[in-house]
Design a binder for this molecule. Structure first.
Ligand SMILES: [Zn+2]
Ligand SMILES: [Zn+2]
Length: 447
């Protein structure tokens, strides 16, 4: 976290620039002048400029997301998506850093030339799922990030505003790879003041604050002893039995878990052949709780399930935890801007109460929101099928999905402009962030 004095400097200079540059742009900039009408404020004009730029690029943006949709790539292998996205951003005037800290990550910057200004980051994801392609719609997330970047850049350029940097950050490997965790550790968010992205979901479910859970991966390996399964099964120690027992232990335990907790997994290795008593078995599980604070309690229960199965079968057990995704902290001030912008474009949003009840998964964006203020809304693309299904893959490649996707790009662009120009925005965002992080720490103490 940055020190308060730094934030104060940022705030004052940006505020001054807003006053000065907005007035100058009103009198001298022909593009802005042509769009003014008597009942529109300066801010509304800038937002309109952003929306117009996104509309003007809609065909190219659609082609870009379809290119990614037609070439689905897995965790850290998103070479095609990296190429087409960086080429696109390069052509549209961003300074592009390819292979930014990770082979398939990138950073595209539009620098307005004010080193005291804020740095606002729009995030693009673009990885797909094994076998079922873009069933999580990350091709649309990529499009939203790039589209929002284009829109906000157009508004800043039109006014000649010197407010800091606008950054489109390409983050690979969300689906279990934790690309953003690697980027955080590599320092990619050190000069970022605010990070935002939006994720598609089913039906018309526009969810500004989905309850994205904390998650950790548990890998379990049982080692037994091989033996002929017909000739001398009594000489073997069956590692598959241990895996099945672990699976059952976890399933039985589920009845006693809080309704907000989730566990689910697969047996990734059950043995070599039916006529060999399994010498080795492996499982991969995800454990999820609403907050980081609750996760250790669930981990401890899972460890007992693993040990119990080992004891019952006589196998040896080894387990490890990795890929810790933090729960998402939605910054209240950012969400307030987001809500107002979305509603101004006619989006019907879930109420806070509906958001609390809506089911959600986990994302490495959660880790980002523990490092810098951010948010991770979901937007409905009209699919009757839910994410991670073949039906959802179909929808993420349809022209119909473009309408909500482009709307979302506009909403994020407008929200980025709010961060740059709304009076005292960064003060409020930072105050929320501080409060949220303190709350997270308090939860850990209580448990
Ligand atoms: Zn997913
Ligand atoms: Zn996803």
């Amino acid at each position: 976290m940055k020190k308060a004095t730094g934030w104060l400097c940022h705030r004052i200079s940006a505020k001054l620039f807003y006053r000065v540059t907005t007035k100058r742009s009103l009198s001298t900039n022909p593009i802005l002048q042509s769009q003014f009408s008597s009942n529109m404020t300066d801010m509304e004009n800038m937002k309109k400029t952003a929306a117009n730029a996104i509309d003007a690029a809609s065909k190219d943006l659609h082609e870009l997301s379809m290119d990614i949709w037609n070439n689905p790539e897995l965790n850290f292998e998103e070479h095609h998506a990296h190429k087409v996205l960086t080429n696109f951003l390069d052509k549209t005037g961003f300074q592009v850093q390819r292979h930014y800290k990770l082979d398939t990550a990138f950073r595209a910057t539009y620098d307005t030339g004010n080193t005291d200004g804020f740095n606002v980051c729009l995030i693009s994801e673009y990885d797909a799922l094994p076998d079922i392609g873009h069933a999580c719609g990350h091709n649309l997330i990529a499009e939203v990030g790039v589209g929002a970047g284009l829109g906000a850049k157009a508004a800043l350029e039109a006014g000649g505003h010197k407010v800091g940097k606008l950054i489109v950050l390409g983050t690979p490997a969300e689906e279990g790879g934790g690309g953003k965790i690697n980027l955080i550790e590599a320092g990619a968010f050190k000069d970022i003041d605010v990070a935002m992205m939006a994720h598609p979901t089913d039906r018309q479910n526009n969810i500004p604050t989905p309850k994205q859970m904390a998650m950790i991966q548990m890998d379990i390996t049982y080692t037994g002893k091989a033996s002929h399964a017909a000739y001398a099964p009594w000489e073997g120690i069956n590692a598959l039995d241990a895996a099945v027992m672990f699976y059952q232990n976890m399933s039985v335990m589920r009845q006693q878990l809080k309704p907000t907790w989730r566990t689910h997994g697969i047996i990734s290795n059950g043995g070599a052949k039916p006529n060999i008593i399994s010498e080795k078995s492996e499982l991969v599980y995800y454990l999820r709780t609403p907050s980081n604070a609750e996760l250790p309690a669930l981990q401890e229960k899972a460890i007992q399930c693993a040990k119990g199965a080992a004891q019952a079968t006589g196998c040896n057990v080894e387990y490890s935890f990795s890929q810790h995704y933090a729960n998402v902290i939605h910054n209240a001030t950012l969400i307030d801007y987001y809500r107002k912008n979305a509603e101004s474009l006619g989006m019907k949003l879930f109420t806070p109460e509906q958001c609390d009840k809506a089911s959600a998964g986990s994302t490495d964006m959660g880790n980002v929101t523990h490092v810098v203020p951010g948010f991770h809304p979901k937007f409905g693309i009209g699919s009757e099928a839910t994410t991670h299904s073949r039906g959802f893959t179909v929808t993420t490649g349809t022209p119909e999905a473009q309408i909500p996707t482009l709307t979302q790009a506009k909403v994020l662009a407008m929200t980025a402009l709010d961060v740059f120009f709304q009076d005292g925005a960064m003060d409020k965002i930072q105050a929320d962030f501080k409060k949220d992080i303190e709350k997270e720490e308090m939860m850990k103490v209580k448990l």
